[in-house]
Design a protein around this ligand. Structure first.
Ligand SMILES: Nc1ncnc2c1ncn2[C@@H]1O[C@H](COP(=O)(O)OP(=O)(O)OP(=O)(O)O)[C@@H](O)[C@H]1O
Length: 447
């Protein structure tokens, strides 16, 4: 990012410092804001996104320990993790400067400062702007897992620990919690990262498709087999195979899978050839481990195979400030996608988001924000711009406490499908579930 495009905020309780900083930076940057009271930070940051914040470490308390500075540094990291913080420390306070860097500050300036040094530091920050989260692809088109909450940080730590091993991983979590992204993160942080990452939604495959899709076939193996086709196991050779919705496969399919995992070989349909496969297996399900443990539905020996390590992805409602963080991320993303310019939000907008329970998790949040950005009348988003999925807002839910959950879900699905004129992809998106999950529900309710 270029200096002349940057938005900078300076926080210091000394008005002289604020004046000096404003005079120094104003000619070089797009916007400069100054603030005397750090207590106003949360509301400032909820209204606007800054690229760099320059923060005084020694507010004029009785004892200048720098603790207040550290406190506000941490608050900024919580509220605006993508914003770099440069600290102003008193001359000789190097210990404090180092402590601040450890706590997440990007740089520090020692008072009295040299003007060129300040410009230099801000320019440098902007050039190497680091991003939060686990980087999936360090190059162009990078995908990121956004999250700062303790819950998601634990997941990041586990990804880092588990990724370089070849252990099979079972990812558990509600729909839309990011299991797919996490599977990719494990692959991209593993030694197999330069080989294929192959995803198969096994829950959506019929029994015939399951075999042909996973193991491949020879020309003529069945009526439609007009040419040889490699199965997904073979395509993933050397890399990672990600089997999504594993909890929904039949006992017969489980037995086939188990054999492959035990022998590490496959035999394509219509062939006698035994092909060795070297894959790292990642599976995911929205079922709880206790539901998978029902032996009439899922084989114990298969669970042991696929579950060398398990990772439970917490629902969005249990991830504290991540709702705010993700909202900002999606706001920026969709504002850019739909060329909406810089969007601001009213306090009520974020408050409404924070008070919602997001049964469809991050996918639902993403959709809600996308819709709000598309529908926005101007560049300030208000609470009214948010409308949640019918599952949450269906009057049946509020009015009829005793109504069975399944009936509520069925009605909500019907309503959304009707609203989207039968378009399954749009309806699934609005409901915050995958198309496969919607098809399964249609099947379940005989719709
Ligand atoms: N932490 C996150 N940061 C950024 N985007 C996220 C995050 N978590 C999920 N998403 C986005 O939310 C959507 C749903 O995520 P994903 O498909 O990984 O969820 P899932 O748990 O695999 O869902 P399902 O169980 O329905 O298959 C995707 O568009 C994904 O990019």
């Amino acid at each position: 990012m270029q200096l002349h495009n940057a938005k900078i905020l300076v926080i210091d309780d000394d008005p002289d410092v604020l004046i000096a900083m404003r005079l120094l930076l104003k000619p070089h940057v797009a916007e400069i804001a100054v603030e005397k009271k750090p207590g106003n930070l949360p509301s400032l940051l909820s209204e606007k996104k800054f690229d760099v914040i320059i923060l005084d470490m020694n507010f004029n308390g009785l004892v200048n320990t720098g603790n207040e500075g550290i406190f506000w540094l941490n608050r900024i990291k919580e509220l605006a993790p993508d914003t770099d913080v440069i600290l102003i420390t008193a001359y000789g306070d190097i210990d404090l400067a180092i402590r601040s860097l450890k706590e997440g500050a990007a740089d520090f300036i020692v008072k009295p400062w040299q003007n060129e040094k300040v410009i230099e530091s801000v320019t440098e920050m902007l050039q190497k702007k680091k991003r939060s989260g686990v980087k999936l692809r360090p190059k162009a088109g990078e995908t990121k897992i956004i999250g700062e909450s303790e819950e998601i940080q634990e997941v990041f730590a586990k990804i880092k620990k588990v990724a370089p091993t070849d252990a099979n991983v079972l990812i558990l979590g509600e729909n839309g919690t990011g299991k797919d992204l996490i599977a990719k993160a494990i692959h991209e942080n593993s030694n197999r990262k330069n080989k294929a990452f192959v995803k198969v939604d096994v829950g959506a495959l019929t029994s015939t498709l399951f075999e042909s899709e996973l193991f491949g076939y020879k020309k003529g193996a069945f009526t439609d087999a007009r040419a040889d086709r490699k199965g997904r196991f073979e395509t993933a050779h050397g890399g990672t195979l990600f089997l999504d919705e594993i909890g929904n496969i039949s006992l017969r399919q489980q037995a086939r899978l188990l054999t492959v995992l035990q022998n590490r070989t496959i035999t394509p349909l219509g062939s006698n050839e035994v092909i060795p496969v070297d894959i790292r297996l990642i599976c995911a399900t929205n079922l709880k481990i206790s539901e998978l443990s029902d032996e009439s539905k899922f084989r114990k020996d298969l669970i042991y195979r696929i579950n060398t390590v398990d990772m439970v992805i917490p629902p969005l409602r249990a991830r504290g400030t991540d709702v705010t963080l993700l909202s900002r991320y999606f706001l920026d993303f969709y504002a850019e996608k739909y060329a909406k310019g810089a969007l601001k939000t009213e306090k009520s907008f974020l408050e409404k988001l924070k008070s919602h329970s997001f049964p469809g998790n991050v996918r639902e949040l993403q959709f809600v924000i996308e819709r709000a950005v598309i529908m926005a009348e101007n560049n300030i988003l208000k609470a009214e711009d948010l409308s949640f999925s019918a599952i949450e807002t269906a009057p049946e839910i509020q009015e009829m406490d005793d109504m069975r959950l399944e009936t509520v879900e069925k009605n909500a699905i019907l309503k959304v499908i009707d609203k989207n004129k039968g378009n399954i992809s749009k309806s699934a998106k609005e409901l915050g579930i995958t198309r496969a999950a919607l098809y399964r529900r249609l099947d379940k309710y005989d719709l």
